[in-house]
Design a protein around this ligand. Structure first.
Ligand code: ADP
Ligand code: PRP
Ligand code: MG
Length: 212
């Protein structure tokens, strides 16, 4: 019998794009993931299980080997920042950009910049590379509110259509990184479970090609 294999899916926005891609790859959950309260699902493949969790938790499951493969946004992977993970495939779904943004036409202070974000590590690294002194203020969502309320001068957040920025009187400033969701594996699993993981990567890669 083929060894069991678990794929960790990110719920929320990424799941909407993941389910059609899995279907294209011939992997069908045994029940409707979006309608169920369950967090673990059998599939039409006896050896493949899917688990569903918050996007930020996917790298943790994969790094510690609790899942063999994961699907996570590049933003989350940059923030998680582990050398033990690799990205065997760009799934080209949930595409957006990690950017800095500020109130429209606002001038930035000369001294320390207050930056609100949930991407604390990404922001620290980015502003350090720019040689800019910053105070990072950790938030968990709705970053666009921070400059309006004078909590911060700038934010680091995801931008897609730009509608959220515009609706709140902000503008995008600099691109930090383009974002799409990636298939992620641990370097250890890529070696030890290569025979199980490689066929899934190939199925998914063919599905990505067909969706282009
Ligand atoms: P969270 O509650 O963690 O913000 P989301 O359901 O918003 O969860 O999805 C988070 C992931 O989806 C991000 O890591 C990113 O890769 C992607 N994403 C977030 N916002 C957008 C967006 N506006 N457009 C496209 N992809 C997005
Ligand atoms: C995400 C992101 C931005 C918005 C960008 O928020 O944090 O606020 O989408 O998309 P847009 O450029 O198309 O407007 P989300 O809706 O996921 O809310 P959250 O703060 O709960 O993550
Ligand atoms: Mg979100």
């Amino acid at each position: 019998m083929t060894q069991p294999l678990t794929i960790a899916l990110s719920k929320g926005r990424i799941l909407d794009d993941t389910l059609p891609l899995l279907a294209e790859a011939g992997i069908h959950p045994a029940e409707d993931i979006k309608k169920s309260r369950k967090l673990i699902f059998d599939t039409n493949h006896d050896h493949i299980k899917l688990i569903v969790q918050r996007a930020v938790d996917v790298p943790t499951y994969v790094e510690y080997g609790a899942a063999d493969l994961g699907i996570a946004g590049k933003d989350v992977l940059l923030e998680y920042g582990s050398d033990n993970l690799c990205e065997p495939l760009d799934l080209n779904i949930a595409t957006c950009r990690l950017m800095t943004a500020a109130m429209k036409d606002a001038e930035m202070p000369q001294g320390r910049l207050k930056v609100a974000t949930k991407f604390v590590n990404v922001a620290k690294r980015y502003f350090a590379e720019q040689g800019r002194q910053v105070d990072i203020i950790k938030l968990y969502g709705g970053m666009e509110l921070a400059p309006i309320m004078n909590l911060a001068d700038m934010i680091v957040d995801i931008v897609d259509t730009g509608n959220t920025l515009k609706a709140n009187g902000l503008e995008a400033r600099d691109l930090i990184a383009p974002v799409s969701s990636r298939l992620v594996a641990s370097r250890a699993a890529m070696k030890v479970k290569h025979a199980q993981i490689q066929p899934i990567i190939e199925l998914m890669a063919a599905a990505v090609e067909r969706q282009k």
